[in-house]
Write a protein that binds this ligand. Sequence first.
Ligand SMILES: O=C(O)COP(=O)(O)O
Ligand SMILES: [Mg+2]
Length: 237
Amino acid sequence: MEQMASTGGGPFRTVVFDLDGTLVDSLADVAGAANDVLAAAGLRPVPRSKWPLLLGEGVRIRMRTAFALNAVTLEDEALDRQVAAFRARYADKMLERTRPYDGVAETLAALGDLGVISVVCTNKDEADARRILRALGLMPHIANVAGPDTFGVQKPDPQHILKLLEAAGADPGAAIMVGDTIHDVEAARRAGLPVAFASWGYGTPGDERPDYVVPRMKDLQRILSELPNRREYLRSP
Ligand SMILES: O=C(O)COP(=O)(O)O
Ligand SMILES: [Mg+2]
């Protein structure tokens, strides 16, 4: 066991990564597609300062928010239509400007070399997440991906993380979450996982306290090796 601390992966055997705002900088394409849908409805675009409101809670909340910022409340069927319009537009746009953050491929490769499994738990549709990970060359490092449509649950529901870990054959007791919004922190807390906050992303940890704040992706591996074993952590005050 002592040897694990010197592997560089720390006590963790699995890292559950959020996608948007954690592994990939995707906000410009997401907001661009949402703004195209607003334009088609004759509405104003979401200003750049409010773009972060569009990401982290999945496509339905994104489109409800985009229209609410124009003082338009979407009812169920209208929301369904605008969600479909977003999906169609985003299918064309999702790889225009979306890129991995600095150090992502290297960090995932280094974790893989240490025998640490990386999985992706995102509120983006699973097929879109897989397409982006493949196109950006990250998929070889990722053991599994779950969107809200994979198990019918989404963050902050802890089952999104727990079902993904189960599908990956991973022990939740040796896993850590890395994400950039309060939804990641809350989901991890409720799933009983420690959580490292990706401070380069779009969100804030809110009132939920992450166990660790990671300044840059390339610091993650060092931080994982320094974090205490999860079970010890939970016992400590
Ligand atoms: O809101 C989304 O579509 C996805 O966001 P996430 O990858 O940060 O979970
Ligand atoms: Mg995110």
